[in-house]
Design a protein around this ligand. Structure first.
Ligand SMILES: NC(=O)c1ccc[n+]([C@@H]2O[C@H](COP(=O)([O-])OP(=O)(O)OC[C@H]3O[C@@H](n4cnc5c(N)ncnc54)[C@H](O)[C@@H]3O)[C@@H](O)[C@H]2O)c1
Length: 321
């Protein structure tokens, strides 16, 4: 994809999604700065061909570190966050210091440095348990967790900066992102990474409730496409966009596909539904299609194949790969 800018900051660039973005930007000829404190990311994730890559190990709460990172960057992609919803419920204040105040730090540094665009990684969590489907951006948000409130607060800040301070800002509400490099060791990781780890290590997956709850799983390469389009396109500033596929898959069907791909014959164990779990979720992506030209390219099946190939290399001991 053509990239219309020459330099970018990726906060959270040593994480799952941020590292794929950094890689795509470098491949497109962009100079990239990554700011990451490695709290849930890992330096291993950073692209190996470090030609135009500057890595700063630092915290988005640290104004100096953020100023230093933003300097000279035309576009700021802000992905760094406490990403675990349970962590934000256990520590609403500490997580807000990162997810709200830290984000405002990045937004304001971008304004002061004269950045051309700010792109924020928000979440479908802002919709909460509104039963209407598909989720559309014009529905009233119904955040149910500190994580969702924090994401929503930053969307509002970004919109205000677009209007008040002329820093064109775009927020993207990611649905369930999956792909290589999603941390398989984290208990908070997405269901796909947990299922793949179980399938490849002869483990038994847990399904909460009847397994008929559904999610809109979007491949990380398509999320990167949306992020770059949000930075490139004239149609985005001041707005929020869903980033999903517009299709949903039940958790039960997901395990069937993962077990078929991996050869696992394990039968899932059912446990009671988790409080606060949303029964169904699927995105409407018309707005992103119209304003950003976003069209998902990778089918669910193809995305799963690429992901399981990575998990085989990462999770399995070498002698049985
Ligand atoms: N993965 C998903 O399905 C999903 C869905 C919706 C939204 N998001 C959002 O997308 C973004 C990226 O998520 P991810 O899945 O790649 O998670 P991730 O944990 O792999 O990446 C987050 C990165 O932020 C870094 N970080 C955390 N706190 C920091 C701080 N104080 N200062 C500097 N760096 C810090 C971490 O070290 C990590 O590298 C997050 O903002 C997340 O909330 C992800």
């Amino acid at each position: 994809m053509l990239i219309s800018f020459k330099s970018a900051l990726v906060t959270g660039g040593a994480g799952f999604i941020g590292s794929h973005l950094a890689e795509a930007l470098l491949a497109g000829g962009c100079r990239v700065t990554v700011l990451d404190d490695l709290s849930s990311g890992n330096e291993r994730n950073l692209p190996a061909s470090a030609g135009e890559l500057r890595f700063i190990r630092g915290d988005i709460r640290d104004r100096r570190a953020v100023e230093n990172a933003v300097a000279g960057c035309e576009v700021v992609f802000h992905l760094a966050a406490v990403v675990s919803v349970p962590k934000t419920t256990q520590d609403p204040v500490g997580s807000a210091e990162v997810n709200e105040a830290g984000s405002l730090n990045v937004l304001d540094a971008a304004r002061r440095a004269g950045a051309r665009r700010f792109v924020f990684a928000s979440s479908s969590a802002v919709y909460g348990d509104d039963p209407r489907l598909p989720k559309r951006e014009d529905m009233a948000p119904k955040p149910l967790t500190p994580y969702a409130v924090q994401k929503l607060a930053v969307e509002y800040h970004a919109r205000v900066y677009s209007g008040l301070f002329s820093l064109p800002s775009v927020s993207l509400r990611f649905f369930n992102v999956f792909g290589p490099r999603q941390d398989p060791s984290s208990p908070y990781s997405g269901v796909i990474s947990i299922f793949m780890t179980k399938a490849l290590t002869a483990g038994v997956p847990v399904i909460y409730g009847d397994g008929l709850q559904s999610r809109d799983f979007v491949f990380v390469g398509d999320v990167v496409q949306a992020l770059i389009r949000a930075a490139n396109s004239p149609g985005g500033p001041g707005k929020v966009f869903n980033v999903g596929t517009g299709r949903s898959v039940t958790i039960r069907a997901l395990w069937e596909i993962v077990s078929a791909l991996s050869g696992s014959s394990a039968k899932p164990v059912h446990e009671p539904p988790r409080p606060g779990d949303v029964p169904q979720s699927v995105s409407a992506i018309d707005a992103a299609r119209t304003d950003l030209g976003f069209v998902p390219q990778v089918s669910f099946e193809k995305g799963l194949e690429m992901t399981i190939a990575w998990y085989r290399k990462t999770v399995l001991p070498e002698d049985i790969q």
